[in-house]
Ligand binder design. Structure first.
Ligand code: ASP
Length: 320
């Protein structure tokens, strides 16, 4: 079998060991492992990188620990507004969706948009209508309700501020879980299949208490997600505005294609150079056509995992 590999992230940010219970750490790691292996199974059966990343992200969307799908945070109106994107490095096909509610798995909708809409990017009610026509699963508000997220939302409402999943300066009156992290809980995956194809996808519930229809980098091809068989596949997490302004995911690919940088140097240049220079916090995962994998971040931690053979699995949360 030719070289294959898959990597996953579950968000980056101020993730400190001191604020993590051993049980919580195990749950996060179990969630990452389960999702990674779901994607790996696809690759191992000579499935496509596209199917593998879709499966991995779908699994994370079903896990309430992560800010995507079931675990999505609350908007200012007390709703869930989800974004996702997927890209095939083989032919640069892409599907993106933003500002949808009650869709069980936004990543499946992004894929359907890519395969069946004739468009690249659908949003809001129109995207939901498309989802209904194509038989995607809907869930009621109860499915997405989570007491932890609700408390985050109430706190953000009271303070009249937006919050990227968890916020560093949340006071201690809710729960210790909410007080000491600035965490971007978006999820994403990148993969290389046995045919040499690369793919990437990313999914998020956005920001707590977000208003005015704000959309981050996650559903934007080039900002939060990018894949090109000639270079790499990338999925990002962090301060979306900065990832949009630096066109982060596409820039990694461009540095490889036009400047002949290695995947390591290209990721480094974006994460520790371009993003950091303008104050952007977060990270990204990337894989190139040779199967080199980079998991890079400029925040305190990033939920992340990868495997190249399905057996040796590396799962990490903090800096080494
Ligand atoms: N990048 C996402 C956004 O700005 C947030 C995240 O990564 O958690 O919406």
């Amino acid at each position: 079998m030719n070289k294959t590999g898959i990597a996953v992230h579950g968000g980056a940010g101020t993730i400190r060991k001191s604020s993590m219970t051993p049980e919580k750490e195990i749950s996060y790691k179990d969630g990452l492992r389960e999702a990674l292996l779901k994607g790996w199974e696809v690759l191992n059966k000579h499935g496509s990188a596209l199917d593998a990343v879709e499966k991995t992200v779908q699994t994370l969307e079903d896990n309430p620990l992560f800010n995507a799908g079931k675990g999505s945070v609350f908007t200012n109106e007390g709703r869930h507004s989800m974004d996702a994107s997927i890209m095939d490095g083989k032919n640069l096909d892409a599907g993106c969706v933003s500002s949808v509610s009650n869709i069980k798995n936004p990543v499946l909708l992004a894929r359907k948009i890519m395969d069946h809409s004739g468009f690249v990017f659908l949003s809001g009610k129109g995207a939901e209508e498309f989802a209904r026509i194509h038989g995607l699963e809907f869930e009621n508000d109860e499915y997405f309700f989570n007491e932890f997220r609700y408390q985050q939302y109430q706190k953000a409402l009271k303070e009249n501020k937006y919050q990227l999943d968890h916020s560093e300066d949340s006071p201690a009156d809710i729960s210790p879980d909410l007080t000491d992290e600035k965490k971007f809980g978006t999820v994403g995956a990148v993969a290389l299949d046995s045919y040499g194809n690369l793919a990437a996808c990313t999914s998020t519930g956005g920001m707590t208490n977000t208003k005015y229809g704000r959309i981050g980098d996650t559903p934007l091809i080039g900002a939060g997600t990018y894949a090109n068989n000639n270079t790499c596949a990338v999925s990002c997490t962090g301060d979306g505005e900065f990832f949009i302004r630096t066109v982060a995911a596409f820039n990694v690919s461009s540095l490889m294609e036009l400047k002949d940088l290695s995947i390591y140097d290209a990721c480094n240049e974006i994460v520790h150079g371009k993003l950091k220079n303008i104050g952007g916090e977060g990270g990204l995962i990337a894989i190139d056509k040779k199967g080199n994998i980079v998991l890079s971040f400029n925040s305190e931690g990033m939920y992340r995992a990868y495997t190249k053979n399905g057996k040796d699995i590396e799962i990490k949360i903090y800096k080494d």
